[in-house]
Design a protein around this ligand. Structure first.
Ligand code: GDP
Ligand code: MG
Length: 217
């Protein structure tokens, strides 16, 4: 019984996600769904990315959080249209659903947007399970989270089209074994490209921007 309820929820979600994918395709808008545990650096990466794209690419942003508009406030200085989704009023969902995205899209000027960023709720489990109509899920893993996370949360790494390994500036103090992380990622998804970046220093940003260019064409 439980399984059938879950299947119904996912089936209904996937139907809406398919409609969203068609809407975005009609407007030629690639949608990037950023997923990670809380604090991995999704908003910091977006700050760097939007700064680099200002005046070049018309971006739109959907911000997902259980509560607050703090991340939207951090990103508002770049002047791109932003819609905040807070999940607390409808149950405090730990992920964005396709229907929440469908509603958010009605608030965005789709005819003027070339690239859409969606920051999902910080969580490595549920956001990986839900299709929201995105072009690509991007998994952000940061060094302080530990080298074992790809093995513990494999679905997130299997669903993603690229992994941003963030906070590379902390490798020295944390004594992180990067090869161990890369090996763990390869064990769950041998084909996942991994870009080593630091939102704090800007290291690796060019590779990320060029990945974005490729997915946009
Ligand atoms: N040292 C370091 N700190 C970072 C980096 N990226 C983000 N942070 C910090 O990590 C914390 C969480 O970042 P945030 O972007 O809010 O993460 P989010 O919850 O995934 O959106 C903040 O204090 C950021 O300043 C990085 O590359 N290096
Ligand atoms: Mg954030």
């Amino acid at each position: 019984m439980k399984i059938s309820v879950l299947q119904n929820i996912l089936a209904a979600n996937n139907q809406i996600a398919t409609q969203t994918r068609l809407t975005l395709a009609e407007h030629l808008i690639p949608a990037i769904n950023l997923i990670s545990s809380p604090g991995a650096g999704k908003t910091a990466i977006l700050e760097r990315t939007l700064e680099a794209l200002q005046g070049k690419t018309a971006c739109g942003i959907i911000e997902g959080d259980i509560a607050t508009t703090l991340d939207s406030e951090r990103l508002s200085r770049f002047g791109f249209p932003i819609v905040q989704i807070n999940t607390e009023p409808f149950g405090g969902d730990c992920h964005l659903s396709a229907s929440a995205i469908q509603q958010a899209l009605t608030q965005l000027p789709l005819n003027q947007i070339q690239l859409l960023f969606i920051e999902n709720v910080g969580n490595l489990v549920c956001p990986a399970e839900f299709d929201i109509g995105e072009t690509a899920k991007v998994i952000v893993l940061s060094l302080p989270e530990g080298e074992d996370k790809p093995l513990k949360y494999p679905l997130a790494f299997r669903e993603a089209k690229v992994c941003l390994l963030n906070k590379m500036d902390l490798q020295g103090p944390l004594k992180t074994n990067i090869n161990r992380i890369l090996d763990h990622i390869r064990r769950v998804n041998p084909n996942l490209p991994v870009l080593q970046i630091s939102a704090a220093t800007g290291e690796g940003l060019e590779a990320w921007l060029s990945w974005l260019t490729k997915i946009s064409t």
